[in-house]
Design a protein around this ligand. Structure first.
Ligand code: CA
Length: 92
């Protein structure tokens, strides 16, 4: 099914929905968008960049590095520049 056909099918379905159902659907979509935007803004604002100099031992840096691995970015703080899974080798 092409995108055009897909949209046509669902937009026609939307056209024949009851007004109250449309309002509930639109509110639901808006709530989901606002929730994702809020989560994203919170995520961006609460991020505090840490560097190797913020840690006194490699073990401490490694523990933090492993706790901060995200779904998209494995090293958001740049503690493992050579990407070998070991953070802040300079502290060894
Ligand atoms: Ca490394």
């Amino acid at each position: 099914m092409e995108l055009k056909d897909f949209l046509k099918k669902y937009l026609v379905g939307f056209k024949f929905m009851k007004s109250k159902t449309k309002k509930v659907l639109i509110c639901g979509v808006i709530i989901v968008i606002v929730a994702f935007a809020g989560w994203w803004i919170f995520d961006v604002l609460s991020f505090k960049d840490r560097d190797c100099s913020d840690f006194s031992t490699q073990k401490e840096a490694q523990k933090f590095f492993e706790s901060e691995k995200g779904l998209r970015d494995k090293d958001p703080h740049g503690l493992d520049r050579d990407n070998d899974g070991v953070a802040c080798e300079s502290l060894r």
